[in-house]
Every structure is written in C-alpha cells, then in structure tokens.
Design a protein around this ligand. Structure first.
Ligand code: PLP
Length: 429
C-alpha cells in the first residue's frame, strides 16, 4: 500500500503539533513508521488520505460500537447543530439521556456528564475522597483511567508503550496517595488495605482490563473486591469507560452481577463525540456541587451536540435485543479463526476475549496481569501490525491494546481478516 500523502501530512503536522498527534497512542512510536491520516469512514471501514480502504479494529478506541458515521447519530448531531451548539444553560436532552442511562445501568440513581473519560475518573475519585473523608486510592498496574495526575502510575497502554509509566510533572505528593496493586491478585489488595488501614477512599479498576490488552477478571476477583470494600468502608469504582454499553446494556456490573459504588463512562456513551460521565446512588451523588460540597464543573459539559450523539447511540443499543449476542458471536468467530491460523503456523500466542473485546499476545503464557502482558514478543507484534496494515487491516499500533469489534463488521470482513492473518503469519519468523 502507498502512504505518500499520509507521510506528507504527518511531516506537516509534526511542525505544529507535538509528535504530530493530539494523543500519543495515535503515533506509531511502538511499531515504527508514520501514522495513517484518515479522510473519512463508514461502517467498518476507514478511507485514508492515500485512497486506501482499511477494515477498522480500533473504532476510535471504542466508541464506534455500531460502525462509523452511524446514520441515527449523524442525523441527531446535524439536526441539533442547526439549533445552536452550546448554551451553558440546562437543556431537556440532558435529562433524556440521563434517564435512559440510569434505566440501562444497574445500581445508579444519578449521572453527571463531563467531556472525557479522564474527567469522569478524575471526578469520581474526588467524589470518593469527599464522601469518605479519606485520601488514598488503590489502582491496578496496567489499568488506565485517563491522564489525570493521580492515575499516571503504571497506567497501561499509552504510558507503557512509551516507557514512561511515571510521568514527569506528577508530584511525589500526588503519587504517594496512589497505591498500586496487581490485577487479579486479591491477596495483594488485602495487604495494601491492611498496611494503610483507615486511609483508603476507593479502589478503582477496569472490571475487564482493556488497556494492557484484554484481561478478564479471574472468577471471584470482583466479588472479593466488593467484599473487601464493604468490610473496610471503601468505595468500589468501576471504570467502565471502555466496557460500559459495550459488554452489556448495563456494562460489566450487569455482566458479572457485581454492584459498584461509582461507575465511570466514556467512549460508547458519546457515540463518537467528546463525552464522559460518572454515576452512583443518590447518597453518593448528592455530595456533588451544587447539592453538596464536592466541586465539579464544565463549561461544555452536557453539550447539546454531544448529548444528541450519545442519546442516539444509547437508544440504538437499548432497542436492539440481539446486539450483544451478535457482537460476541462475531468476536468469537474472529478469535477462533485467528487462533487456528496462528496455531497452524506454529506461532506462540495467547488470545483473550470478553464479549466484543479481544487481544492477541505473542507469548504462550496465560495473560492475566500487567507482568504477563509485558512478556509478549514485541518485534513479532511490529511485524504483525505492519503485515496486517499492508493487507488493509487496521489494528492498534501497540501490543498493549484491545481490538474493538464493531457490529458493522460482516462475516466476510472477518474471513478477510483471518485470511490476512494467515498470510502475515507465514512471514512472522
Ligand atoms: C479511554 C479510557 C479512559 C480515558 O478516557 P478519555 O476519553 O481518553 O479521557 C479512562 N478509562 C478507561 C478504562 C479507558 O479505556
């Protein structure tokens, strides 16, 4: 394939944008080469500036659950834009999407909309600290909760890809309040709680990790966390920015039947516009300003275009009773196909899947936490990535990312992908 125009555009971008990108995961630092500049997209396909068509397995890192330029979302945004794009005053559509989200997600009474997943997680821990009157938080190595200071401690994909797990600019004062646990290791969490008795406001995690590849929680892990939090008066925060409205209507809470105290959203909830949200029961949410003392605000929060996109997206998800089944079937089909061709080619690999999240690791170890995710053969991944790209298949340019399956994919697309993997597998050694 030819990437002439993309390369030129990247050179131009580098002069005026740090690294040529507005988010580091878009750069090809981990795999080499220069990023593809996209011109437009429809359904399961991207069309780049050189005229190449690519099957998209990133889907804007999650939001495009129903495919690119999904008609109901496009129409909702265009119609709204004609009526004014921001007011800084309440609008009816904010209540409509809030009512719908509260009806779909278990265990929440109120929801506050923000502009990104980062903001949602940042606000959720402030609320947890304000509610409990405690300072420390527990997060897990390899889990990503956005780029706010408290979370940039072993923070998965983006941070890991660039080898800067602890970013300069995060003060020691902030870092000391973030305790780091091993994913899927409940003993480790118990020890941390014991050593910091009475100081921990919340435990935050991705209920299915998606930022170190896809890593499912071990059987009983989420329930054990729930029990520990109850015993020690700690809030359990599910960061469902990736899993929310993707694994089930009610996200991981519904899938695993575990109630979290605060839930964070982003990605799918905005239908491709910049939206995040956090939600909880009344007793917790009523601590937020203007009802309570915990401050949180946003000039563009609840923006009408963003709410219109999100409402159209959630409505489509809510009305489609077969959606999650269909997504899981497509993903399983892809998983099995890739597993078979890699096995046939004698390439050591592990594939993890939960619903429409799947990741391919070039290691024969079971991938269950950050350390085991880091065992993958990165050179092999680079060749895999560029090989697939050359075949018109676009996966994330990092070995630590999940593939996001969209309902717009047909079985023909999946077969084409498996055939491409087969071809690429031959040249992997
Ligand atoms: C993407 C992501 C975030 C951050 O969301 P942004 O909208 O990029 O700020 C937070 N948590 C998880 C689990 C994510 O996958």
């Amino acid at each position: 394939m030819i990437y002439k125009r993309s390369s030129e555009l990247f050179s131009q971008a580098e002069k005026v944008i740090p690294g040529g990108v507005n988010s580091p995961v878009r750069a090809f630092k981990a795999v080499g080469g220069t990023p593809i500049f996209v011109k437009e997209a429809k359904g399961a396909y991207l069309y780049d500036e050189d005229g190449n068509q690519l099957i998209d397995y990133i889907n804007s890192w999650g939001p495009m659950l129903l495919g690119h330029a999904f008609e109901p979302v496009v129409k909702a945004v265009v119609d709204k834009a004609k009526k004014g794009t921001s007011f800084g005053m309440p609008t009816e559509i904010e209540t409509e999407i809030a009512e719908l989200a509260v009806s779909m997600v278990p265990n929440i009474d109120k929801i506050r909309f923000v502009n990104s997943g980062t903001e949602a997680c940042m606000s959720a821990i402030r609320l947890a600290r304000g509610y409990t009157g405690k300072d420390k938080i527990i997060k897990f190595a390899g889990c990503y909760h956005g780029h706010s200071d408290s979370f940039l401690i072993q923070a998965g994909s983006g941070a890991v890809t660039f080898g800067t797990p602890n970013s300069p600019g995060v003060t020691e004062g902030t870092a000391k309040d973030t305790l780091l646990a091993r994913y899927n290791d409940i003993k480790n969490v118990e020890q941390l709680i014991e050593a910091n008795k009475g100081d921990i406001a919340c435990v935050i995690l991705e209920p299915v990790a998606g930022n170190m590849g896809c890593i499912p929680p071990k059987d009983g892990f989420l329930q054990a966390l729930r029990n520990l939090c109850d015993v020690h008066n700690i809030l359990l925060i599910f960061d469902e920015v990736m899993t929310g409205f993707r694994l089930a209507k009610g996200g991981a809470q519904e899938l695993f039947n575990i109630a979290a105290d605060i839930v964070c959203f982003g990605k799918v909830i905005g239908g491709g516009l910049p939206v995040g949200a956090f939600a909880a029961r009344n007793e917790i949410m009523n601590h937020l300003a203007p009802l309570g003392p915990v401050y949180q605000a946003g000039t563009l929060s609840g923006n009408p275009l963003a709410m219109a996109a999100g409402l159209a997206m959630l409505t489509a998800i809510n009305e489609d009773e077969e959606l999650f089944l269909r997504l899981e079937e497509k993903t399983t089909y892809l998983y099995k196909g890739i597993d078979k061709v890699l096995t046939d080619a004698d390439i050591k690999h592990t594939i993890n899947q939960v619903g429409s999240m799947v990741s391919v690791h070039f290691s024969s170890e079971k991938v269950k936490d950050f350390d085991t995710a880091a065992l993958g053969n990165n050179d092999r991944f680079k060749n895999f990535f560029h090989g697939l790209l050359n075949e018109g298949i676009y996966i994330a340019p990092s070995a630590f990312e999940t593939w996001f399956i969209t309902d717009a994919l047909t079985y023909k697309d999946l077969d084409d992908t498996i055939a491409a993997v087969k071809k690429v597998a031959k040249s992997l050694d």
